[in-house]
Write a protein that binds this ligand. Sequence first.
Ligand SMILES: Cc1cc2nc3c(=O)[nH]c(=O)nc-3n(C[C@H](O)[C@H](O)[C@H](O)COP(=O)(O)OP(=O)(O)OC[C@H]3O[C@@H](n4cnc5c(N)ncnc54)[C@H](O)[C@@H]3O)c2cc1C
Length: 403
Amino acid sequence: MANERPPVVIAGAGPTGLMCAIALAAHEIPVVVCEAEASLAHDLRAGSYHPPTQEMMARYGITQRMHEHGLQVRHWQIRERRGALVAEFDLGLLADVTPYPYRLHLEQHRLTPIQLDILRGQSSAQVHFGHRVTGFEQKNGALKVQVESDGIPGTVEASWLIGADGGRSTIRKLLPVQFEGFTWPEQFLVASTPYDFSRHGFALNAYIADPVEWSALFKMPDAGPPGVWRVVFPCDSGVPDDALLAAQHVESRMQGFLARGDAYEVRHKVIYRVHQRVANEWRVGRVLLAGDAAHLNNPLGAFGLNSGIHDAVNLADKLARVWRGEGGEELLDLYVRQRRAATVEAVQAMSIRNKHLLEERDAKVQRERMQELVEIAGDPARARAHLLDSSMIAGLRRSEELQ
Ligand SMILES: Cc1cc2nc3c(=O)[nH]c(=O)nc-3n(C[C@H](O)[C@H](O)[C@H](O)COP(=O)(O)OP(=O)(O)OC[C@H]3O[C@@H](n4cnc5c(N)ncnc54)[C@H](O)[C@@H]3O)c2cc1C
């Protein structure tokens, strides 16, 4: 009997692990999620969902619930810090290829409770908080996963183990596989304020080019109107975190972004390091990687969390076919080929290009690039191609053609 087989164990209840569990449980595959922490993460992280990600999550009723609170962002902009608007893109141009011709903005910490709630309604799924995966052993096609809870070690038999345990993934380190790439020299400061930037002409998502102080702006719904605007700034990595997070420093960066008479009300602030890395193997036997455990990128373009969801759905669909005997394990290698191609050729390339575009120091090069964007935005065919790329549609299509 299919259900007598040991479950699929997933390390990590972030958006990737939960998505993978929901998609597997929808196929009635027994799945156990082990999350090291006592509860879901609640910090400031991603929160911008591209059209294909919304389509994928709609299959499981997630997108519909995200819309109850999320903001539909149809336009996004490229701006110059010392000047005005350079180009505005209208996702409405994609209305013939997606039912969601906009980015949906919703804090990551409002997505994961929706996912958890849906998962808890699925009879073949279990979620254990306070359960840290510490190791695994693969022998003769059998897999044993070591899990520690309250300091007490235990072992769980698993058919497959999915490492969705984030950028510092224990599973990736234990495989062990290389996490090739680099770390950007600067740190990123993210501060959020309820101050309404739209009155100055900013779209709910804007990227601001400047050789010294580029930035990015994302409006998030917060607990409800008026919502908050998140501003991302680069910071010198030689300065300690507490100095970067000091109220005076954050205020001076916000005033530098847009000077106003009054002080900004800053609701949240966080500092973090940013990497561009891709694991060189995503599957070793019965152990697979997905999400941040397999790849990391900078947030310019909002690809990280979206890619984790794309990995999760792709992997779950293929693993379900293997589980039901409809295909061999080579389907899992196809998962790796497709998702690794989308990561390397689209996500890594575009996120690095986006950062270089915003921070370009050569004034002549910057002027040429901005002029090119003006031309792209002014030509519907080129604007559409640009939107298909930046909305992750083109990269996904190309990767899914791989066999
Ligand atoms: C501080 C920070 C800020 C970010 N800001 C942005 C942003 O502004 N824009 C953007 O696009 N992206 C941002 N990201 C990236 C984005 O949040 C990630 O791409 C996304 O969270 C990936 O989801 P995930 O499920 O793969 O990994 P994670 O969300 O990291 O989830 C991994 C989960 O695994 C758990 N875990 C770890 N080790 C174990 C273990 N051994 N056993 C069991 N469980 C384990 C962790 O507790 C965690 O809950 C940010 C990330 C961080 C860390």
